[in-house]
Each structure stands twice: as C-alpha cells, then as structure tokens.
Design a protein around this ligand. Structure first.
Ligand code: FRU
Length: 465
C-alpha cells in the first residue's frame, strides 16, 4: 500500500472508529509484538521525546503517526513510569492542532521548571503551498496531567542562517542558566547545531548564542536530534548527522547516530573544548534519534528509537512500525561512552538457569543471556531458530552479528556479553556497554531456539512483566 501525501496528512478526526478497530485487529495478528519494549498500539512510532523526571515519576513521550506504518501527521504520546522498566500510557497527547504545528508536533524535550514540566518541541508548519516553516514551540504539563501550549512560537527560524531544516530542541540547565540546542542545516547545506540561551528564564525570549563548535569536519547535510549531557561533568554530545561522510567516521546504517565526548562546555562561546572524534553510538542495525538527559538522581539516562528513517520493516504489513530501546544508563570510562540497561531491568528476570548450552527451545523469544568470556572460548550463537547469528572471536577480538544477508561487526576485547531478546528486538551489550549492537529481526513464527556452535556456558533468564 502506498500512501499519498494527502492521506498521510489528513486530520485525525477524518479517520473513522471502524478504521482504527480494523487496524488494531491487524496489529494483534503480528507474532512480533514486543513483551517488555515500548511499541505503538497502531501506526508508526519514531523518536523518543520529552524524557524527564517530574512530579515523582519518569516521563517519556514518543513521536506517533496513528493510522499506518508510515511517517505522516505526528503527535506525541505520553507515558509515565515508576522504575524505568514498566511504562504506562495515558491519554495525554501533544497534538498537531494549532497553525504553528499544523503538519506535525515534531521532536523535542522536557525540563521541570517552577512546578511544571516544560516541553519544547518543533512545530512542523506547512503553508498552503506546502512550504515548511519550523517553529520552536512550548507547552506545559502540570501536576494534574493537563497539557497547555504557549500561544506563540518561542523561536522562529532565521532563514538568513538556516533552511527549512531546523528542529528537535533539547532544553537543559547549565551553570544555573537554561539553554537549548537545535539541529538543522545551514545555507551551505551543512549540518549544524545552534545554541540558544533563555537569559531571563521566562522561557519565551531566547537569545541566539552561536553555532555549537565541536568539530572542524563537515557534519553531513543536516543534523537531527542533538542532545548535550554531562557525565562526571564532562560534556557528551549525541546527535544524528545525516549524510555524514564515512571517511569522517564509519557507519553502516542509512543514517548514523553518533557521539563525541569533550573536556569542557564553554556556553558563552558555544564551544565544546577538546572534543573527541565522532563515534558510532550503536554498532547494530537500527538505532536512531537517541534522547538523553541528566536525571535529578545523578544518573545520565538515554533511550533510542530502534528504527531508522526511510526504512521499511516487516511489521509494516500489520499496520505498525517502530520500537523504543531499553532505558540505558550512560557512563564514561577512559573517555569512552558506556551504555547499559538500568539496574531495575533485573526485576524482569525470572528463575536463573545455568546452562552448558548446545541447544535449548524456549516458550517465548523474551530473555536475557549472559556469557562470561573469562572462562569461555570463542563461540557462535544462533538465536530465534537462525534469524540471528552472533559470532564471538576472542583471538581476533571481533563480534559479528549476522541478520540474513546483512552483517555488523565491532572490534573489542570480549570479557562479558549480555543479550536481551524480545520477539523481534535484540540489544547486545559487550563488557557492560563498551559496545552496543541493537536491531530488529523478524523470525518466522515458532522459531524459538538458541543454539551454540560448541558447548557454551551461559546464564539464561526468561524476561517477563
Ligand atoms: C528524526 C525526525 C526528527 C523530527 C521527527 C519527526 O527521526 O525526523 O528530526 O523532529 O523525526 O517525526
């Protein structure tokens, strides 16, 4: 089925209840639905938005097109959580219901300010001639879970500096001030990030500081979803430079999600001082638009879209697409970023099985597998009856993940491996997050085995809510 632009941007209320019912039925026929990852009820999920802690709970939103597995008129869906593992969806939606966001409530972030949760996001405005004007907009979520939008844009695009690509504000505090970074494209069609400051803390008047300085390389043709977080006081910039030249930093996916770590953030000059080179955030098949923030408990938390723009997935046939990753805690070791699922995820573990594994059959493809390579030789695992092959070679220090005809590989000393599998999702963490390889995989129905090329000592937990 191909969707015309008119179909993708029709108003939500032009879809009948019957249409939605039929779509829900169709989704329920999929045997790939995740058990402990976040997916949309129907339609397409993409970027995580507004990840924050407010009013005693974790808050998370995601980009959503409700009516099919395509990118159309987007809104934000709201979830809350007590533990970062179990998320509950409510009926709060940030809808594309004003002139300024008439063609989509696009990505953004959240920050608790004066007893409310302030949301800053991009209104994807389209004129009658379908010209795009990206406005940065504001909204408040209050303690009663009521959402109210600010009436006017808080930052309008300056077309003498950016093209129509100017979006995905991340709002953050630094040295007692409130800042925002916004991704975009300059008039030479290069990827840039712009830094803004809210001097008087009214959240309505923003001063442009400068373009963020963090590299001398050309950052592709556009940057999406920039995030600046501070880990042990060191700035780490996570972003998606579309069209990045692969000689600057190699990647295999259609669009990369990268990071740099720096010594120091000089807000006055908009500079990340002494930046590292760009590195891939995730070396797997599907990871994009990662959103991270400094949580009030001191942790730095991140969550990713396990999906890519301009990509089809097997679930499309059932009328849905996209999932979010597990919530990952970020840390720095010797200047390298580590990412590992939050401790609370262990609450999903059922009885521990210690196996000298050749082959096991499972009831569900929902488990965690741990291998300690101190005592284990090189080995190869076949998951989901052959849908995924993972090779661990200690001598050449290579981990290779093979999904059908595609492959991803990293070089790393292999000490410990934790693999999380959830029906059509895998997240592989090497050495507690020194390297991460995530992706989607769509095994035929009833392929629920794990086998090893040689007896392999593993710990196995079925995971369930
Ligand atoms: C990234 C992105 C963002 C945009 C959003 C729209 O995947 O293209 O730049 O705000 O998705 O859904």
């Amino acid at each position: 089925q191909t969707w015309t632009r008119n179909e993708r941007y029709r108003s939500y209320d032009s879809y009948s209840a019957d249409y939605l019912e039929a779509l829900k039925k169709s989704v329920s026929r999929s045997h790939w639905r995740a058990r402990f990852h976040i997916e949309a009820e129907t339609g397409l999920l993409n970027d995580p938005n507004g990840f924050s802690y407010y009013n005693g709970k974790w808050h998370l939103f995601y980009q959503w097109f409700p009516f099919g597995a395509v990118h159309g008129l987007k809104s934000w869906v709201h979830l809350t959580s007590e533990d970062l593992v179990h998320f509950e969806k409510d009926d709060v939606l940030l809808l594309p219901d004003t002139t300024f966001d008439n063609a989509g409530a696009y990505s953004g972030s959240a920050l608790p300010i004066d007893g409310k949760l302030f949301l800053m996001y991009t209104g994807n405005h389209r004129t009658k001639d379908w010209m795009r004007i990206p406005y940065q907009l504001g909204a408040f979520l209050n303690e009663k879970n009521e959402l109210n939008k600010l009436e006017k844009p808080i930052i309008a695009p300056d077309f003498s500096e950016v093209t129509e690509h100017f979006r995905d504000p991340q709002i953050f505090r630094h040295d007692g001030c409130i800042y925002a970074i916004i991704g975009g494209q300059d008039l030479q069609e290069k990827g840039i990030i712009k830094l803004y400051k809210n001097e008087n803390k009214d959240l309505r008047s923003w001063q442009k500081v400068d373009n963020l300085k963090f590299t001398s390389d050309r950052m592709g043709y556009m940057i999406e979803c920039p995030n600046l977080v501070f880990i042990d006081e060191k700035p780490v910039l996570i972003f998606c430079p579309q069209g990045l030249d692969k000689t600057i930093s190699a990647y295999d996916n259609i669009y990369p999600n990268m990071y740099i770590a720096a010594e120091h953030f000089d807000a006055d000059s908009a500079e990340l001082v002494n930046p590292s080179r760009l590195r891939n955030l995730d070396d797997g098949f599907d990871c994009y638009a990662t959103q991270a923030f400094n949580a009030p408990d001191g942790r730095v938390l991140a969550i990713s879209w396990l999906g890519l723009p301009d990509t089809n997935y097997a679930t499309d046939a059932y009328g849905y697409q996209g999932a979010l990753s597990l919530v990952k805690e970020l840390s720095l070791k010797n200047g390298k970023l580590y990412q590992y699922p939050v401790e609370a995820l262990k609450s999903l573990r059922q009885e521990e099985q210690d196996l000298n594994l050749s082959k096991v059959s499972l009831k569900e493809n929902a488990y965690e597998l741990e291998i300690d390579f101190a005592a284990q030789e090189s080995t190869e695992l076949t998951l989901m009856g052959g849908a995924l092959l993972i090779k661990f070679d200690k001598e050449s220090k290579k981990v290779t993940v093979i999904r059908g005809s595609e492959k991803r590989q990293v070089e790393v000393n292999i000490h410990q491996v934790n693999i999380f599998v959830d029906e059509s999702i895998f997240e592989i963490f090497i050495n507690k997050g020194e390297k991460v390889l995530s992706g989607r995989v769509f095994p035929d129905k009833d392929l629920k085995t794990i086998s090893a090329s040689r007896p392999t000592q593993v710990k196995l937990w079925n995971l369930g809510k």
